[in-house]
Design a protein around this ligand. Structure first.
Ligand SMILES: NC(=O)c1ccc[n+]([C@@H]2O[C@H](COP(=O)([O-])OP(=O)(O)OC[C@H]3O[C@@H](n4cnc5c(N)ncnc54)[C@H](O)[C@@H]3O)[C@@H](O)[C@H]2O)c1
Ligand SMILES: [Zn+2]
Length: 368
């Protein structure tokens, strides 16, 4: 274990974000710094635990540290699992002097974050994302939630982490389809805010599509790209922590993505659904005259280079998608709202609302 003090990134956030190969070996030290506590509850899933969480547990005193695991997959991001975890914490004797460490993908981060936000009215949580998607998106910003039969993330809380610790080395154990799906949110960050970043993601996407974590120069390139994405996300959430306006732009691609995920019963990877959603929503932006023709093609090209799907599976009835967009929490007064791009790097401000109501007929035409 190294004892060199890691340096956080310079970001406009009220908590430190560390991103460096090997930094996971100093999580014990970081947690003692940002959230000193009597007990440490490490929450992970059963696939990630033996790969990465056990080594983190070992950095804390054995008698005051416990590992809690859930099965892997979106299906566990529920109120039922939240109840099981909070019961297990109570049974163990966890109190307000407990720090939660979330080690896993976005599912574990959202679930453990929601447990931390509610347990005894709020415990500190250190987010240790282990998927690319969680590194570039879910771990930063303080949103926590569980899914319900009515839709994704409908019960949750804003709860900033005490720190985020990103170690790109853990991506080496990630299944290649899960690694690729992280590129969807990176492409999204380029579209919503930063054309040069979009190009940088594009240049590397096909290498990861073809070679996964064995792509040339993976460690250095992915670290640079992760930091680029975290910076974009941090700048957006710093302006609008509770999604009153600007933060809506992070939902680009997500109104359709959440509907697709729901119709497919959460069997699709979130990033794959976001890839489909971005192309569809760019087409909506073109069809209502916000974006020039060609934007949706450029985005489709980017997601295909990353090895992600660019169109809806033909088996899904469009009416099911339309119906599911109305269960989305951004839906108001019966019409679904969309955060829409004008061009790569620029979103429609909609007079400060940053999202636009779009009629079902327009959505259906854009999807068909
Ligand atoms: N809070 C937010 O702001 C936010 C933002 C984006 C997404 N999300 C949420 O994130 C979730 C999706 O996250 P995800 O794509 O990370 O999926 P995930 O958490 O389900 O992880 C995908 C799979 O990878 C496995 N895994 C994770 N890390 C691994 C590693 N290093 N090595 C080997 N296997 C590993 C997991 O066990 C799981 O089977 C969704 O629920 C989504 O709503 C939240
Ligand atoms: Zn997302």
């Amino acid at each position: 274990m190294t004892s060199a003090h890691p340096e956080p990134l310079q970001l406009p956030l009220p908590y430190p974000v560390y991103c460096r190969a090997g930094v996971r070996q100093t999580i014990g030290e970081i947690a003692r710094l940002v959230a000193p506590s009597h007990r440490v509850a490490v929450i992970s899933d059963s696939a990630v635990a033996p790969l990465h969480a056990d080594a983190i547990v070992a950095q804390f005193p054995a008698d005051s540290t416990r590992l809690f695991t859930v099965p892997p997959g979106e299906q566990v991001k529920t109120r039922a699992t939240w109840a099981e975890l909070t019961d297990a914490l109570l049974e163990w004797g966890a109190g307000r002097d407990t720090t939660v460490i979330a080690v896993g993908g976005g599912v574990v981060g959202d679930l453990a974050g929601f447990v931390a936000s509610t347990f005894m009215r709020g415990l500190p949580v250190v987010q240790v994302p282990t998927t690319l998607l969680a590194m570039v998106d879910a771990s930063v910003g303080g949103k926590t939630a569980v899914d319900t039969p009515f839709g994704k993330n409908l019960v949750g809380a804003f709860h900033n982490p005490a720190a985020v610790v990103i170690d790109p080395e853990v991506l080496n154990t990630l299944p290649e389809d899960v690694l690729r799906s992280g590129f969807a949110e990176m492409i999204k960050h380029g579209v919503i805010a930063d054309a040069p970043y979009f190009d940088a993601v594009l240049r590397y996407a096909h290498a990861v599509r073809d070679h996964g974590a064995s792509a040339p120069d993976f460690a250095a390139t992915i670290t640079t790209l992760v930091i680029g994405s975290v910076r974009i996300k941090a700048e957006v959430v710093a302006e609008d922590t509770r999604e009153g306006g600007l933060r809506q732009i992070l939902n680009f691609g997500h109104t359709i993505a959440h509907a697709v995920e729901r119709v497919l019963n959460f069997t699709l990877l979130h990033g794959d659904a976001v890839a489909i959603g971005m192309v569809a929503e760019a087409r909506i932006a073109e069809s209502i005259g916000l974006a020039r023709e060609g934007l949706s093609l450029a985005i489709a090209d980017a997601v295909e280079r990353a090895g992600l799907p660019s169109r809806l599976p033909a088996t899904i009835p469009l009416d099911d998608i339309i119906a599911a967009t109305h269960g989305d929490k951004k839906a108001r007064e019966g019409s679904a709202r969309y955060a829409l791009p004008r061009s790569i790097g620029e979103m429609e401000a909609a007079e400060g609302k940053w999202s636009v109501a779009v009629s079902n007929a327009v959505v259906k035409t854009a999807l068909s």
